[in-house]
Design a protein around this ligand. Structure first.
Ligand code: GLN
Length: 545
C-alpha cells in the first residue's frame, strides 16, 4: 500500500438539516473501505460550545463518548458503527474548540508575534486538525462532515478551509453536497430548485460540488438527475440517488447502485483494490425480510418534542438493540415509555408485561426518577428481562436497597443530598468540579478497565476476565453499602481492577432470567456485526420470554 496517500472528502448539506448527512458520511467511508482503503471520518460542529457534553440531549441528541473521553455529536457514533473503527478526539471539532486552540497558540507565541487573523488562521487550524486525525487514525482518506447547511453564516470559515485545500491540492479533494428534493404532499414531482440554490450558495463561497447526493422520499428518475446536472453544472453520473430507506445499514448498498465508490476514487486518482460489501447486502436483506421480532421497551425521559427527539437522544441504545436483534435474525420493535407516566398512574406499570425486555438508559437529574425506580421494581418482581445503563444501574441499586436491603429512603445524592442512605454518591474527584461550577468535560469520561467475576451472567456474556468500557457519569455505588447489598443477594459482577468502583450489578439466574445493569455505557461500543455482549445476552433472553 503506498504510504503517502492523503486524500480529503468534505460533506456539506444543502436545503435543510436532518436529511442524513452523518449517515451519508459514514456510508461513503464504508464503501471506500470496501475498496481497500483505510478511512477515517471527522465531524465539525459550528457551535461555540467546546464539546457536546454541556448540551441538552432533547435539543442536540445524544452525547456520544469516545474511548479517549471526548464528548461529541451523535454522528460520531454513526461513523464508528459504520466504519467499525474507534475514533479519537482529533476527529471532532467545534467552532469553539478551534478558536480555543488558535487563541492558546497565540498566547504561547506559536505564531511568532504575527497578526493572527480569522482568515487564514482559523481555516488553517481546521486543515491541520484533519491532518492530525489522518495520522492518529493511520488513515489514507479523511471524510469530514460540516454540520448545518451551506449558507449559514456560522459555517463559512469551514467552507473557506475546503476552498483553501482544494486550491492547493485539487486532485486530493472531493466535495460532496448532500441535498434534499422536496415534493408536495399530493405526490407530485420532486423539486430540484432548492438544490440549485444550495449550489449557487456554494459557488458564492468559491466552491463547486463534485458530487450531489440527492436525498428524497423516492429514487430519482432520469429526468430529475438530468435537471440537477444541467442546472448545477455537474455530470449526470455525479448525481447520486439517495431515497429513504428502512434502515441506515442499507445506505452503503444503495450508494453502490450508482457506483459511488468508483466515482469518488476516480476523482481522487486512486484505483480500487478490492470489492467487499457482501456482509452489508446480507444485512440489508435480513432486515427487510425477517419475520421474527423482539418487542423492547425503553423507559426514558428525554421526550421533549416527540418521536424524532427521542430517537436522537437514545440513538446508540437503539442501534445496540438492533445489532443484538439482527444477530438472532430478528427485527426489534422498539417502544417508548415515559417514566413520568408511572409516577402519575402506577397502574400503568402492568403495561410493562407486554414487552419481552426493558432497557432503562442513562440520564441526569430528578425528573422521572421515581417512575423509573417503580418500573425496575416491577421488572424485578415479574421476572421481565431488564438491562440498565448508567443511571439505570444506579436506580436499580437504589430500588434494591429500598425494597430488599431495608434501607428506607435510600437514594442518590444527585437527587436527594439529605438521604439517610446515600447508596449512590458522588465520586470524590467530582465534588470539587461541582463546587467550582466546572461542568464542561469534567465527568468520569471514556474508557476504563473492569474486572468480571467468574460464574456470573456478565462473565457468560463477555467470556473474559478483563474488559474496557466507556463511561460518562459523576456518581457511583457508595463503597460503604457494597457488603450489605451483597449479603442481601445483589451480585456485583464487574468492578474496577482495584475493586473501588462497581461497574456491573446483576441478580443470579435462579432468581431472575436477566436483571443486569452497568455503570458504563455498553451501547457506545456495539457494532453492526459485533453486538455488545450485554445487549446480545439481553436480547437472547428476551427472545425466550
Ligand atoms: N446522573 C448519573 C451520574 O452522573 C448517571 C449519568 C448517566 O446516566 N450517564 O452519575
Amino acid at each position: 500500500m503506498p504510504k503517502d496517500i492523503k486524500k480529503y472528502i468534505f460533506i456539506v448539506g444543502g436545503v435543510m438539516s436532518g436529511v442524513g448527512k452523518g449517515v451519508a458520511t459514514a456510508s461513503i467511508g464504508r464503501i471506500l473501505q470496501s475498496r481497500g482503503f483505510e478511512v477515517t471520518a471527522l465531524k465539525i460542529d459550528p457551535y461555540v460550545n467546546v464539546d457536546a457534553g454541556t448540551m441538552n440531549p432533547t435539543e442536540h441528541g445524544e452525547v456520544f463518548v469516545l474511548n479517549d473521553g471526548t464528548e461529541c455529536d451523535q454522528d460520531m457514533g454513526n461513523y464508528e458503527r459504520l466504519l467499525d473503527r474507534d475514533l479519537t478526539g482529533e476527529n471532532y471539532m467545534t467552532t469553539g474548540s478551534i478558536y480555543l486552540s488558535v487563541i492558546n497558540k497565540e498566547r504561547n507565541l506559536e505564531y511568532g508575534g504575527k497578526c493572527v487573523e480569522v482568515v487564514p488562521h482559523i481555516p488553517l487550524e481546521v486543515i491541520s486538525r484533519i491532518d492530525k486525525a489522518l495520522v492518529k487514525n493511520k488513515a489514507e482518506i479523511a471524510i469530514t462532515e460540516i454540520g448545518g447547511t451551506v449558507g449559514e453564516y456560522q459555517n463559512i470559515l469551514f467552507l473557506e478551509a475546503i476552498r483553501m485545500l482544494k486550491l492547493k491540492k485539487s486532485d486530493d479533494v472531493v466535495l460532496v453536497l448532500v441535498s434534499h428534493l422536496p415534493s408536495l404532499s399530493d405526490g407530485s414531482e420532486l423539486k430540484t430548485k432548492p438544490t440549485q440554490y444550495a449550489v449557487r450558495t456554494l459557488n458564492s463561497a468559491g466552491l463547486q460540488p463534485d458530487i450531489i447526493i440527492a436525498r428524497a422520499s423516492v429514487p430519482l428518475d432520469k429526468k430529475r438527475k438530468n435537471k440537477i446536472a444541467f442546472n448545477c453544472n455537474i455530470k449526470e453520473q455525479d448525481v447520486i440517488s439517495a431515497p429513504d430507506v428502512n434502515n441506515i445499514y442499507e445506505v452503503p448498498v444503495n450508494f453502490e447502485k450508482d457506483d459511488l465508490s468508483l466515482n469518488i476514487l476516480e476523482k481522487l486518482k486512486l484505483k480500487p483494490k478490492t470489492r467487499d460489501l457482501k456482509k452489508w447486502r446480507q444485512l440489508a436483506n435480513l432486515v427487510n425480510t425477517t419475520k421474527k421480532t423482539v418487542e423492547i421497551g425503553i423507559v426514558g425521559k428525554y421526550f421533549g418534542t416527540g418521536n424524532f427527539i427521542l430517537t436522537d437522544s437514545y440513538i446508540s441504545v437503539i442501534e445496540a438493540i438492533k445489532h443484538a436483534a439482527y444477530f438472532y435474525k430478528a427485527n426489534p420493535v422498539i417502544e417508548w415509555i415515559d417514566a413520568e407516566e408511572f409516577e402519575k398512574n402506577p397502574a400503568k406499570l402492568k403495561g410493562l408485561s407486554k414487552y419481552r425486555g426493558i432497557v432503562i438508559p442513562g440520564g441526569f437529574g430528578s425528573r422521572g426518577v421515581e417512575g423509573k425506580i417503580s418500573a425496575i421494581k416491577y421488572l424485578r418482581l415479574n421476572k421481565i428481562p431488564f438491562l440498565g445503563l448508567c443511571y439505570g444501574m444506579q436506580l436499580a441499586t437504589i430500588e434494591y436497597s429500598r425494597s430488599v436491603a431495608g434501607l428506607k429512603g435510600a437514594h442518590t445524592t444527585e437527587v436527594n443530598p439529605e438521604t439517610p442512605y446515600p447508596v449512590i454518591d458522588i465520586l470524590p474527584e467530582q465534588k470539587k468540579h461541582l463546587a467550582d461550577k466546572n461542568y464542561g468535560a469534567t465527568m468520569r469520561l471514556g474508557a476504563y478497565p473492569a474486572a468480571i467475576k467468574k460464574g456470573t451472567i456478565a462473565y457468560s456474556a463477555y467470556k473474559e476476565p478483563l474488559i474496557s468500557e466507556r463511561h460518562r457519569h459523576r456518581y457511583e455505588v457508595n463503597p460503604e453499602y457494597i457488603e450489605k447489598l451483597e449479603k442481601k443477594g445483589l451480585v456485583f459482577s464487574g468492578f474496577s481492577p482495584n475493586r473501588r468502583l462497581m461497574e456491573i450489578i446483576e441478580l443470579p439466574k435462579e432468581k431472575h432470567p436477566f436483571f443486569v445493569a452497568s455503570q458504563f455505557h455498553p451501547e457506545l461500543k456495539s457494532r453492526p456485526f459485533k453486538p455488545h455482549p450485554l445487549f446480545r445476552e439481553f436480547i437472547n433472553t428476551a427472545l425466550k420470554k
